[in-house]
Ligand binder design. Structure first.
Ligand SMILES: [Zn+2]
Length: 556
């Protein structure tokens, strides 16, 4: 697969009389018509295509050999005698057509003008249909890798392939058999390929050089950044940041590359995944002149996207929006972003204090960890600032006791807090292979509802898996949101500090819990039952049968 420079093509071997023509053809093409692209000779190709300055005139053919005044061409389609004659007339040679698979033709076409030195994120176009190709990631990545001549080209190839397939992270893991390459796509890791053991270490070292890391030290974790350009589908060059981190492990150093294309990835608030029932409520929070909005969820739950999208929606020229973040992941227009730097004394608390002297209207505080920051944030939210922050809790309700623990006065919290957004990301069912099926009793039991509680057709959806979604059945993700709005009774409960009362109150009201939001998405055909159970915390889906629960309005 990975060629050395002294390697010879089938044509060279034929010319050196190491094999005969029949053997050369057998090397190039197996019985099923699959080509061994690495054995093709570029000179044969060049000579042939020189004769056809306008390739549009040509049917799909791959030049395999030129031998004894005969071009051996592979083609995925049947050529009419007339077409074959036209080729003969132009080449002034004999022409023999050998059937090859469509896939081989496509692969050959994709690698023909492949440039290892630029990171292309454009989807592959099928030369036979002119449509976007659903690529077999492993196959095309391996194919492109075979064209890469050094480690840096290999890394760029891996990154380009990751971008084409909407991956957010690339994992390079040393194993006893070689360097395992995996991509995280829609939140799930997928094996892509394995680089040979001989080059494993060299690839990691090259990556460390690209990220300006200390290559001499492989016993400690490192982190670094790479700034690169990549080419989009419409041929534009855009900037991209890559955050690289390494970790020494038993088989060597593992590297993870987080891909951060600088193209603003944030959409609009309406498209984040909020249930139609709670979206208007959330939007009213964003219009408030003051108050505190808390976002919760583990790393990778999409809360940063929701935060940034919301900030962008309200960052107009008449307001001053300032953030303190660790790290600043995306640079956003119309927003002053600052980066926490503990060593320089720029902590969240110090940053917040400094921001407050800068006449802010809207403040985004990456995280609240200590008493002082929490107290200052709450006070800011009570004195004419709209404050956004995040907390690490499992669900929306969990934010209340957490904030209590950190320490501000409960009465201040209950006055300042507008509400809490808790979220997770679920994968959307692939629209290309989506199918419906009647919900079974087991499905209802799993969701903890009765068939009679469903107003709509009791139909569920799933993705069969197709080439468009890389056989996963899913494409893209959206948020499942649990929204806790602080109404008067909740403010009073928070003030009194009794969490049991809060739970009881929420069960009796129309609280959009994770469970309700998930049931809504499942019956709306946005995601599958399995996905909901994969993503949401178990506690959120547990049904407490001893206490009746109100059902979402859409189904009641
Ligand atoms: Zn699909």
């Amino acid at each position: 697969m990975y060629l050395e420079s002294d390697f010879s093509t089938a044509w060279q071997q034929l010319r050196n009389a190491q094999i005969d023509c029949q053997q050369a053809l057998q090397l190039l093409r197996d019985e099923e018509g699959t080509l061994n692209l690495s054995l093709l000779d570029s000179e044969v190709s060049q000579r042939f295509f020189q004769l056809f300055p306008d390739e549009q005139d040509l049917p799909p053919v791959v030049p395999l050999l030129l031998w004894q005044s005969c071009y051996y061409l592979g083609s995925p389609v049947t050529l009419t005698p007339n077409l074959v004659q036209q080729i003969r007339d132009r080449t002034l040679t004999q022409v023999k057509i050998l059937p090859i698979t469509e896939k081989s033709y496509r692969c050959w076409h994709h690698t023909r003008d492949f440039d290892v030195n630029r990171i292309g994120a454009a989807p592959l176009v099928n030369p036979l249909t002119g449509k976007h190709d659903a690529e077999d990631i492993s196959e095309t990545t391996e194919l492109f890798l075979s064209k890469a001549e050094d480690q840096i080209e290999r890394i760029k190839t891996i990154i380009a392939s990751a971008l084409r397939n909407r991956a957010s992270d690339v994992h390079l893991e040393p194993t006893a058999e070689g360097l395992q390459v995996r991509y995280r796509i829609d939140g799930v890791l997928r094996k892509v390929t394995k680089l040979p053991l001989e080059i494993s270490r060299r690839v990691i070292v090259a990556l460390k050089v690209m990220a300006s890391m200390d290559i001499a030290d492989s016993r400690r974790p490192h982190d670094g950044r790479i700034g690169e350009q990549y080419i989009t589908g419409d041929g534009k060059a855009l900037g991209m940041d890559m955050r690289v981190s390494t970790l020494p492990c038993v088989c060597g150093e593992k590297a993870v590359i987080r891909l951060l294309p600088r193209k603003n990835p944030f959409s609009i608030v309406d498209k984040l995944g909020f249930s139609p029932k709670v979206l208007p409520t959330y939007k009213t929070w964003l219009e408030q002149p003051q108050g505190l909005i808390i976002f919760t969820g583990p790393t990778g739950s999409g809360k940063t996207s929701t935060l940034y999208t919301s900030l962008q929606a309200i960052a107009k020229e008449n307001v001053n929006v300032v953030t303190v973040e660790d790290p600043v992941e995306y640079v956003l227009p119309h927003i002053t972003q600052t980066q926490v730097n503990e060593a320089a004394g720029m902590t969240f608390a110090a940053g917040l204090r400094a921001i407050l002297r800068q006449d802010p209207d809207i403040i985004m505080l990456g995280e609240v960890r200590d008493h002082e920051t929490a107290e200052t944030a709450v006070r800011a939210a009570l004195t004419g600032h709209l404050v956004f922050t995040t907390l690490h809790t499992n669900d929306a309700i969990g934010a209340i006791p957490r904030l209590h623990d950190i320490g501000p006065d409960p009465s201040l919290i209950s006055d300042a807090l507008l509400g809490v957004v808790a979220q997770r990301l679920v994968r959307r069912i692939c629209p290309h292979c989506k199918e419906s099926y009647p919900a079974t009793d087991a499905d209802f039991k799993r969701l903890g509802i009765l068939p009679s509680q469903i107003k709509a057709e009791p139909v569920l959806h799933r993705g069969r898996g197709c080439s468009q979604c890389l056989e996963s059945g899913y494409m893209g993700r959206e948020a499942v949101v649990e929204l806790l709005e602080l109404d008067e009774p909740i403010r009073e409960i928070i003030h009194s500090g009794n969490m049991i009362d809060l739970h009881r109150y929420l069960r009796e009201t129309d609280f959009m819990s994770f469970r309700q939001a998930a049931i809504e998405k499942v019956f709306a055909g946005i995601t599958s039952i399995d996905e909901v159970f994969r993503v949401l915390p178990r506690s959120a889906l547990r049904v407490n049968s001893s206490r009746p629960e109100r059902l979402p309005k859409v189904m009641a």
